[in-house]
Design a protein around this ligand. Sequence first.
Ligand code: ADP
Ligand code: MG
Length: 219
Amino acid sequence: MLRITDLSKKYSKSPDTVIRALDGVSLNIEAGEFVVVQGPSGSGKTTLLLAVGGLLPPSGGTVEFDGRKLYRMSQAERAKLRAREIGFVFQQFYLVSYLNVLDNVLTPSLALPDQQAQIRARELIEHFKLTDRIGHFPGELSTGERQRVGLARALLNRPRLLLADEPTGNLDQDNTRIVLGYFADFSRSGGTVLMVTHSPAAAEYAHRTVQLKEGKLVD
Ligand code: ADP
Ligand code: MG
C-alpha cells in the first residue's frame, strides 16, 4: 500500500549549512501492517512521517500510496487523498482547547457536517471509552484521554493509513499500552500503521521495527 523509495530530504538554513534529514530511505509497507520506526532525537523521524503523509515535499525519491506517486499529484489532489485516506496522531495531541470532545473528534468533517459524521464520532468516542467525557474540554482531560480523543479524530474519516509521531511520548506506561493496543487493533482490522517512537514497548505491538539513524534506515 505504501512504497517509499530512496527518499531524501535536505534542509538548508543558509547556503553553507545543509542538513540531510533523510538520506536514501526505502521502505515498503503492506495493507494491515503495523510498522514502527525507532531512532534517536534528530534522526529524521518526524521528517519521514511528514514526507510520507504528503505534508513535506522531499528533495528526492518517491512516496507511492496504492501506486499513486504523492508528489506527482497536484496540491489539491494530495490534500484530498490526505483527508480521505490518512489519519495523523501527534505527541502533542493538537486538540482545539475551546471545543469539547465531540467537536474535536468532528473537526475533520467540520467543513461538511452531516449526520453520518455525528454517528461515526459517537461510535468512536464509545470505542475509546470517552462517552462520559463527551462534553468536556481538553483542559479537563487526562493526557491518556487526550490522546484517545486524538485517535478518535484521526479515525473519523475511516483512513486506511495512520501516521503517528511519538503518540505515547506524553503518556505513562499504562496509557502507553492502551494506546499501542488501539493501534494494533486498527492494523488487525486491515488498517496500516506507520509509527515513529522512542518507546521500547511499541516493538511488542508492531509487526516490524526498523531503526532510523542519521536519516538512514538500518536493520
Ligand atoms: P526527529 O523527529 O527524529 O527528532 P526530525 O525529522 O525532526 O528528527 O529532524 C531531523 C534533522 O533535521 C534534525 O537535525 C533537525 O534539526 C533537522 N530539521 C528538522 N526540521 C527542520 C527545518 N524545518 N529546518 C532545518 N532543519 C530541520
Ligand atoms: Mg520528531
